[in-house]
Design a protein around this ligand. Structure first.
Ligand SMILES: [Fe+2]
Length: 320
């Protein structure tokens, strides 16, 4: 197996063509060596046999989420393989893409990647403790080139490049994460929405702003931005909360830093691409596509089980 690294236009990630993947068991090491991002083109066999995506997911960890059991709307779940979460604008899923950035391009004509011009940066399911490790995302029917890219930012490189004072501050702090549906995001508060009462399985969860990767030992920024953080009591525990608070300003400064183009890889999808990313050290964002004209179907699985020492023996916050 000969990974080609880094990915084009980025300083991290690696590509391994499906034909070169002789031994699935070697993939987790390759993922760690690539800084948490692997592109495996040519995995069209998954479209024919969706169970293959689940078997591949198990290579990265024993716990592959079964979306029948985790309060997930069933129109988002694959009809026969409940470990596959469907991301699509087609029925029955009908999930619409994020809005286009305003303006749609940067002054030099590029796809905006940096927060706050680009919105929606997050790490998957950070509103759970322990949070998941790895996501696998497969292009069944991708959008045309130039639409629906997935953006990845390297939280390890971003952490290492922080000025010493910000690094020392981030090291000591926890973010407060919560599901988008809780109505506690920054935009929810600005729109004056009343946050709904949250049940015991959907409570906001504290996560360190800097996580130590359990495999590589490297430190990486771990955060989301306007959505998926609790802007009512946070977004940073112990700092002034709210949309104009000191915690929000610090989070925004970290997010602007971490999403500079130098830390970002932009993935243009081709049918049959499988992308594997490590949520413990990367953040990612979806981009717009023309959902009126384009039908897009993507399959995702989520792998957990190795969140690191600070989560040892913790019960799962989202299960009864
Ligand atoms: Fe995501």
């Amino acid at each position: 197996m000969t990974p080609v690294a880094p990915l084009p236009g980025a300083t991290f990630g690696a590509r391994i063509d499906a034909a070169d993947v002789a031994d699935f068991a070697a993939l987790p090491r390759a993922l760690a060596d690539a800084g948490g991002l692997l592109l495996i083109p040519g995995m069209d066999a998954i479209a024919e046999e969706p169970e293959l995506l689940v078997r591949l997911s198990r290579v990265f960890g024993a716990e592959v989420e079964d979306y029948r059991r985790t309060l997930t709307a069933q129109n988002m779940v694959h009809a026969t393989v409940p470990e596959i979460f469907v991301v699509s604008n087609t029925p029955p899923t009908l999930r619409m893409p994020p809005r286009r950035p305003d303006p749609p391009l940067t002054p030099d004509g590029r796809l905006p990647v940096q927060f706050p011009h680009r919105r929606g940066w997050h790490t998957d399911q950070s509103y759970r403790r322990p949070p998941p490790d790895i996501s696998l995302f497969f292009a069944v029917v991708p959008a045309p080139t130039g639409q629906a890219q997935t953006l990845f930012a390297d939280g390890t490189a971003a952490y290492e490049a922080l000025p010493p004072d910000m690094k020392a501050r981030a090291d000591r702090l926890d973010g407060i994460h919560v599901s988008l549906s809780a109505g506690r995001g920054r935009n929810d508060l600005l729109e004056g929405k009343t946050p709904r009462a949250l049940g015991p399985l959907e409570q906001p969860q504290r996560q360190p702003l800097v996580r130590v990767h359990p495999v590589t030992g490297k430190r990486a920024l771990y955060m989301c931005e306007y959505g998926q953080m609790d802007w009512l009591d946070g977004p940073i525990a112990g700092m002034e909360p709210g949309v104009n608070g000191e915690g929000g300003r610090f989070l925004e400064a970290l997010m602007r830093h971490a999403t500079q183009p130098a830390f970002v890889y932009v993935h243009e999808w081709t049918k049959g691409d499988l992308v594997v990313w490590d949520n413990r050290c990367l953040i990612h964002a979806a981009t717009w596509f023309d959902a009126e004209k384009v039908s897009r179907v993507m399959w995702r699985t989520t792998v957990s089980g190795n969140p690191g020492a600070i989560y040892a023996n913790e019960r799962k916050s989202w299960l009864p």
